[in-house]
Design a protein around this ligand. Structure first.
Ligand code: ATP
Length: 278
């Protein structure tokens, strides 16, 4: 990776949250990570392992207790956090978008068209005068996402962006983020949902405040050893239950099937099974 541009990095970073006890709560110990331009990094790990802390540190919302962080200026890095209400600055959807920087040359009508197009990119069709407090949790999450995507940031940090969404809306969000990624945005996507790992160019496994895995999605689910085993994959070792597609592929391997491709999603599984039938 010598020639790739680093857009953010952490060196020997530790985070200790202040608590009532004197020593505080240590969340990370000695985390080092480089984020490269144009990658789609999925950060995955069990509850409380320190994933949201990564989002807060990258967005400049939480300081490190020790170590170093290199990050972009606030205008170049944007994020969607888990509590959508906490991010709102306006009372209505229109106001929320009015606060966005940039595009000073647009007329009022052009700005409104931009806002509506940004909402529609994440699958929302709501009147701009709608009061934010009357939206559902999922709709609020989508408004926040639409607003950050509209700014076309260099880096997009998403902390469980699909947590409150139904399956159709989840697909819509993945598609909108894929389009941003194709335009060059670097993605840091924090999730519990193992099916979202398939989009990644790189997976970071977080366990107990440290990085336990750094590699591609196939290596995350199947391991890098010649002798593959479901129980010893990096995914299982993080205590996560492998997705159905991966379990099925392991079942096929255990029955002696030779798979040309270790599948990450249903389409790839169907291809792998079809191959074995030829
Ligand atoms: N402001 C805070 N003060 C004290 N402890 C905190 C604070 N924020 C987080 N923690 C603790 O830090 C640890 C890591 O939290 P974090 O939210 O980063 O984990 P996570 O992996 O994102 O969890 P989840 O998947 O449940 O969202 C947890 O033990 C949590 O209780």
């Amino acid at each position: 990776m010598a020639n790739r541009e680093i857009v953010a990095s952490l060196q020997n970073a530790s985070v200790v949250y202040r608590t009532q006890s004197e020593e505080g709560r240590r969340v990370w110990s000695d985390v080092s990570l480089e984020i490269y331009k144009g990658e789609w990094m999925v950060v995955i790990g069990p509850n409380g392992s320190g994933k949201s802390t990564l989002a807060s540190c990258l967005l400049g919302l939480s300081p490190l207790s020790s170590g170093e962080i290199l990050r972009k200026e606030p205008g170049q890095i944007r994020g969607v956090l888990q509590l959508p209400d906490a991010q709102f600055v306006g009372d209505t959807i229109q106001e929320e978008f009015d606060y966005l920087p940039g595009k000073p040359d647009l007329t009022i009508e052009e700005r409104k068209a931009w806002y509506l197009q940004s909402l529609s990119a994440v699958g929302l069709s709501l009147p701009l005068e709608r009061t934010l407090s009357t939206l559902s949790g999922g709709q609020k999450q989508l408004v926040n996402l639409a607003a950050v995507l509209a700014q076309q940031p260099e880096i997009l940090v998403l902390d469980e962006p699909t947590a409150m969404l139904d399956p159709a809306a989840r697909q819509g969000v993945r598609q909108a983020v894929r389009e941003a990624h194709q335009r060059g945005t670097t993605i840091v996507w924090i999730t519990h949902r193992l099916e979202e790992v398939a989009d990644a160019t790189r997976v970071i496994g977080f366990g107990d405040g440290r990085i336990t895995f750094d590699g591609g999605p196939r290596a995350f689910f199947y391991g890098e050893e010649e002798e593959k085993s479901l129980e010893t994959s990096p995914c299982s070792e993080l205590g996560l239950d492998s997705p159905y597609v991966v379990k099925t592929a392991f079942g096929l391997l255990n029955h002696g099937c030779k798979l040309r491709l270790l599948p990450l999603d249903m389409d790839e599984l169907a291809e792998a099974v079809a191959d074995t039938c030829l």
